[in-house]
Ligand binder design. Sequence first.
Ligand code: ADE
Length: 225
Amino acid sequence: MRIDILTVLPELLTGPFDHSIIKRAKQKGIAEIFVHNIRDYSADKHKKVDDYAFSGGAGMVMTIQPIESAIESLTKARNYDEIIYTSPDGELFKQQIANQLSSYTNIIILCGHYKGIDHRIREHLITRELSIGDYVLTGGELAAAVMTDAILRVIPGVLSDETSALTDSFQDNLLSAPVYTRPSDYKGWKVPEILLSGNTKLIDAWQHEQALERTKRLRPDLIGD
Ligand code: ADE
């Protein structure tokens, strides 16, 4: 899968993809991530990418030309399944959307910034608007990083244990059961006895029960009854 991220702050995205699981996904050739500086596409002699809003008021608005040029140069080279815009007023990004996007071949993520982008970009170029939560970030870069991570980790082969993405919280609208490791007794804090029993059937049933109990208590909205 290929993800192209368009941003005016590429420095914000140099760290998140160069470590651990996402780094390995890139090394294995499962994922390719390209971060593009929108400024590089500006036709303005000062490489301007924003301007005052026609409506007045505080804050600059990102102009159409550099963004359209960036998107055009990418879409000329290959087909994209989705051109996403990160915005607090977008559809809420959830596990099911991450799963769906992970089956795509190429996507573009355009990071919003400043006061916003010229609305005509959203009308004519963007195919999907996504928010990572009901709060406002300074820009869309962190949202793009969150989405990229969530999308890539569910692609088969990205996690070393193939099944582990499937047992994540949210994959079946249930939170995960708690996990424990050695020692089984730390200063009197004991691991539930059943996990030491070696009986996988009983352990599976216990984990499911725990998942249900935790979801009902912590996120009753996921069960929705
Ligand atoms: N840009 C600013 N806030 C955002 C949010 N909550 N989700 C996605 N993009 C954003």
